[in-house]
Design a protein around this ligand. Structure first.
Ligand code: PEP
Length: 248
């Protein structure tokens, strides 16, 4: 069975005063039977990792190289050294803002694995692609190009995030989420060891809120969520985590 995971992506939000949100989550969900992850900005990774409790910490991106002349970048080795256990790769904001290709995302995932970090590989179609009936083809291309062969349930999480649902308050229908997750599971099984593909956690991301989380978590092949805006405040993210706990 895939592990249940509630992952929060703080994006470019958060200063040291925000660490209190993580403390609150740790208190509210001590002993939780689901995995809880916060990906704060790189400036907070080591401080967040030092906090007591069961909240895991991840980076939001990593460079494919271990070190070198890459001003402003952070390597997987640096994230590991700071106490991270995960790193998001291929978020749509990176694919758009930094023109990241599937090959680059693939190489970042390999870098994550080499440091024993779990790679959270993000994929998802644009609204235009959905309206053109290209969703499955886009997902297949992204999965084939971004998830390295040899992916294991222990080192890879796939986050399905329709680009048009991120930060917009819009979500696909529950039927569309189910269809996308079933397609992703099947495609992963065709490319990777079947038992590993069936054990991988598949997250839905895009405008997950306390008000829609329970219905999303009830869907087949949805093992949790990658949450942006609603992960910034402990009160909201805690409600989403509680919905995942109740579904487990
Ligand atoms: C995200 O950035 O991964 C995301 C899903 O954002 P939001 O929850 O704000 O839509």
């Amino acid at each position: 069975m895939p592990r249940k995971l509630a992952a929060g992506n703080w994006k470019m939000n958060g200063v040291q005063a925000s660490l209190g949100e993580i403390r609150t989550l740790a208190e509210a969900h001590a002993g939780s039977d689901v995995d809880i992850l916060i990906c704060p900005p790189a400036t907070l990774v080591s401080l967040a990792a030092e906090l007591e409790g069961n909240i895991q910490v991840g980076g939001q991106d990593c460079h494919a190289n271990k070190n070198g002349a890459h001003t402003g970048d952070t390597s997987a080795a640096m994230l590991k050294d700071s106490g991270a256990g995960y790193v998001i790769v291929g978020h749509s904001e990176r694919r758009t803002d930094h023109k990241e290709t599937n090959q680059q995302v693939h190489d970042k995932a390999l870098a994550a694995w080499s440091e024993n970090l779990i790679a959270v590989v993000c994929i998802g179609e644009t609204l235009e692609e959905r309206e053109n009936g290209e969703t499955n083809q886009v997902l297949a291309n992204q999965l084939a190009g971004s998830v390295p062969i040899g992916a294991l349930a222990a080192n890879t999480v796939v986050a399905y995030e329709p680009v048009w649902a991120i930060g917009t308050g819009k979500i696909p229908t529950f039927e569309e989420i189910s269809q996308a997750h079933a397609f992703i599971r099947g495609f992963l099984a065709s490319q990777h060891e079947t038992s590993e593909a069936h054990g991988m956690s598949l997250l839905y991301g895009g405008s997950v809120k306390p008000s829609n989380a329970a219905e999303i978590f009830a869907l087949n092949n949805v093992d949790g969520a990658l949450v942006g805006g609603a992960s910034l405040k402990a009160v909201d993210f805690s409600a989403i985590i509680s919905a995942l706990e109740a579904s487990a």
